[in-house]
Design a protein around this ligand. Structure first.
Ligand code: ATP
Ligand code: MG
Length: 417
């Protein structure tokens, strides 16, 4: 993409009412726009990153048998009344609105109820199970506190997968598969080192649920980490009895701030029973379907990555999710240099390298460098009179650059993607 055609620009002034580092950087670099507290719009660069995160999650969900759907945001109160979750007393996060007729509808803050209801039409026998169904869909939550930029918003995309199985054993097996898939996702997103499977409180069906907590100073949560075992416990379950049961030594645990980037939960029959999702087993007995749910917030993940990967100059994207791999800068207004830059741009595209071409006129080299650092793409390539036929290549986080031929540049980028 040519930067002269991108409608967004970098912004010099920090938004005054924005306290969080992730939103400050993303707004300055033109990735997102703040609509109001806890509500953000994704602009071209921001959407590219979000979609890359979504695609990684999608691939891993498909690899464990997930089937993608898209449920509605508008919710029918009748279904939620069956589980007693329509009432504002029981759920404080609802956004509710009214139809022209005056009838109430809700904006979904999660989707156990409508999906369980849909599955009733398709699951009757043990032969119809297991099923693993997921979506990327906008949730609406009237969060009381929204001060952490994209980490806690009132409207956000969630990947929510729901498992439908015949019994506890089948649930347990899938649950472990999902846990592994989650670890793979966070690995691919560049968060592997700092993300811990964290024991959290469970429900009636299992003693614990698991959160995926990424260690980060900007985190809202506190967790207690065993770095050797690479697991943690959260505040809800941090007590002597639980630590003993998990074989954790209090002395060895480190207390750190963390961000909950995902969580998985064994639901059992909590939704299948009240909503009437039953199946007939091989012996002809009617049984409730056993469920689990598995969530990840792609925008919270994006915010976490920005919080962890930045410096005083801007964002430092991991390669797997950068909006473009290379930022090609054409310095000066010399027609020959411009021609050369255009030809480098075309060659990179031909090689399948995603490149943002800063072809804007009238900018100083310093302004272009500052923008490139703020936007944070993995490689900065410079074509200039000074460099002649060579291209100056520098990795975002590195202080050193080298001058290479086009072919060497292509080779270097492709080797490291
Ligand atoms: P928290 O305790 O942080 O409020 P939660 O327990 O409400 O999270 P879930 O309802 O299980 O979270 O949602 C699944 C995932 O969706 C979370 O792990 C997180 O990544 C993301 N998420 C939840 N709430 C928000 C929000 N307000 N803004 C952005 N992402 C969110
Ligand atoms: Mg919440």
């Amino acid at each position: 993409m040519k930067q002269s055609e991108l409608f967004t620009k970098t912004i010099k002034e920090l938004p005054k009412d924005e306290e969080s580092r992730n939103a400050q950087l993303l707004i300055k670099a033109g990735y997102i726009q703040k609509e109001m507290s806890g509500v953000y719009a994704f602009l071209p660069l921001g959407l590219k990153v979000l979609n890359k995160i979504i695609q990684i999650i999608r691939e891993e969900m498909d690899s464990i048998g997930g089937q993608e759907i898209s449920l509605s945001a508008l919710q029918n109160p009748e279904i939620w009344q069956k589980t007693d979750r329509w009432s504002d007393k029981n759920v404080d996060a609802w956004f509710k609105t009214k139809l022209a007729s005056g009838a109430e509808v809700g904006l979904g803050f999660t989707h156990e109820e409508p999906l369980t209801n849909i599955m009733r039409s398709y699951v009757q026998s043990y032969k119809d199970l297991p099923q693993y169904v997921y979506q990327f869909q906008t949730k609406f939550r009237n969060e009381a506190r929204a001060k952490s930029g994209l980490m806690r918003t009132r409207e956000f995309i969630m990947k929510d997968l729901y498992s439908f199985t015949v019994d506890q054993k089948a649930l347990d097996e899938f649950y472990e598969l999902a846990k592994e898939a989650y670890l793979k996702i966070f690995q691919r997103l560049g968060l592997g080192e700092k993300t811990f499977v964290t024991f959290a409180s469970g429900g009636v069906f299992s003693k614990y649920s698991h959160e995926f907590q990424t260690e980060c100073l900007a985190g809202e949560d506190t967790i207690y980490v065993d770095y050797e075992k690479k697991i943690a416990v959260n505040k809800e379950v941090y007590n002597d009895e639980v630590l003993a049961e998990l074989g954790l030594d209090k002395e060895k645990l480190k207390t750190v701030k963390a961000i909950e980037v995902g969580n998985i939960f064994k639901l059992g029959t909590k939704f299948s029973e009240p909503l009437g999702l039953f199946y007939t087993d091989e012996a002809g007995n009617k049984k409730p379907v056993i469920m689990g749910c598995y969530g990840i917030g792609p925008a919270r993940v994006l915010a976490t990555i920005v919080e962890l990967y930045n410096d005083e100059k801007g964002i430092v994207w991991p390669k797997s999710i950068a909006p473009f791999t290379a930022h090609l800068l054409c310095l000066g207004d010399d027609p020959e240099v411009k021609k050369q830059a255009e030809s480098v741009y075309q060659s990179l595209i031909k090689e399948g390298i995603e490149v943002l071409f800063d072809d804007r006129i009238g900018l100083t080299a310093g302004e272009m460098f500052a923008d490139a650092d703020l936007v944070g793409l993995p490689y900065r390539l410079i074509v200039s009179k000074k460099n002649g036929d060579k291209i100056e290549i520098k990795e975002r986080q590195s202080a050193n650059s080298e001058s290479l031929d086009l072919n060497q540049v292509i080779k270097k980028i492709k080797e490291n993607v």
